[in-house]
Design a protein around this ligand. Structure first.
Ligand SMILES: C[S@@+](CC[C@H](N)C(=O)[O-])C[C@H]1O[C@@H](n2cnc3c(N)ncnc32)[C@H](O)[C@@H]1O
Length: 328
């Protein structure tokens, strides 16, 4: 479908009004425009404080021109000072090829954005999302609510925000595991910003393949170590490891199995998957099967969805799609 400059401006305006009506616009960071859900497939816009990142699929070249033409109006429309544009390869395997470029305003290398009582470091031109997954905002809020006194394992931790949210809710122990040392440095910056004025023990960062870490922890637990109360598994579709390639589709069963066996009685597993082939039903089926294979009863099973500013519910949409389950 061809979009004229006027109709693009109208749709951006409507998306803004929709969020104003549901009060999400009061969040400093949120999804302002969500592809098909806001009427234009292949375009999504995230706001982080005073910056927006406009994401566009590579095949929407005409739209890119419209956006560039409209860019002088975007600061006022969205109440921001700078904007970046990130073009995504249509083939997701090549998505790292384009980095974000400045669309308008002054360059902003990094900024701290508030989320409730917490602050997170966003680097708009780095990582696919500036370092903060907006779709996990409600999940962070929930973790802060339920983590008091709990042992939490955050695998595939990225910039550590899920673990930091749990720690802010007085988790006893939070272990953050990611294979990338540089991303864990970012996670530590997030941790220090939030807790340096009230330091307490209990947060650990471990640069390792999450799968080998979970396997070792399972052996330790068999040997008498305390199990975890909360295990978070939010893997990428294609991961890295020391020698072997990592494909979520073929790893899902093992990940769920490892996660469930790390849990204490009444513990909870949160697992999410941004892979088109893995819908809720598939996740639920695999989780039930792996649970009974391990002799654990699933006493509660819920779906995890992104906050209401994410309006595109299609399986193609790259947003939080996961389940939360409790085992006895
Ligand atoms: C989808 S992100 C996780 C997002 C995170 N849960 C959040 O909410 O911010 C995936 C992360 O997995 C990491 N990763 C990829 N393969 C890994 C592996 N085998 N073991 C541990 N981490 C891995 C990447 O470095 C990246 O930081």
């Amino acid at each position: 479908m061809t979009i004229t400059s006027d109709s693009l401006q109208d749709r951006l305006q409507q998306a803004r009004e929709k969020r104003e009506a549901s009060t999400t616009l009061s969040q400093t960071s949120l999804r302002l425009f969500d592809g098909e859900g806001d009427g234009i497939a292949g375009l999504w816009i995230d706001r982080f404080g005073e910056v927006i990142i406009v994401h566009l699929r590579e095949d929407r070249r005409a739209l890119q021109e419209q956006l560039r033409g409209l860019s002088p109006h975007l600061p006022e429309l969205f109440g921001v000072s700078s904007g970046y544009l990130r073009i995504h390869e249509t083939d997701p395997k090549n998505s790292a090829l384009h980095s974000a470029v400045l669309l308008f305003g002054d360059p902003i290398e990094e900024l701290w954005v508030k989320e409730g009582a917490l602050e997170f470091l966003v680097r708009p031109s780095q990582q696919v999302n500036g370092g903060l997954f907006l779709d996990a905002r409600d999940l962070r809020c929930e973790l802060a609510r339920i983590s008091s006194g709990k042992r939490v394992l955050n695998t595939f931790a990225f910039t550590g925000t899920l673990g930091i949210a749990a720690f802010s809710g007085d988790a006893l122990e939070v272990v953050q595991v990611d294979i990338s040392k540089s991303i864990l440095r970012w996670a530590k910056e997030n941790y220090e910003r939030n807790f340096s004025s009230s330091p307490r023990d209990g947060m650990r960062f471990i640069a390792e393949d999450s799968r080998s870490f979970m396997a070792r922890e399972n052996r330790r637990i068999e040997g008498g170590k305390e199990p975890y109360d909360i295990v978070l598994i939010d893997p990428p579709a294609f991961g890295r490891s020391d020698g072997k390639p990592f494909r979520l589709l073929s790893e899902l069963e093992n990940l769920i199995q490892s996660g469930v066996s790390l849990l204490a009685e009444g513990g909870e597993l949160f697992i999410s998957c941004n892979v088109r082939q893995i819908g809720f039903e598939h996740l639920e089926k695999v989780a039930s099967r792996e649970g009974s294979r391990l002799g654990r009863r699933i006493t509660n099973l819920e779906r995890l969805l992104p906050p209401s500013d994410f309006t595109n519910r299609s399986l193609n949409a790259a947003h939080l799609r996961g389940i939360r389950l409790r085992v006895s």
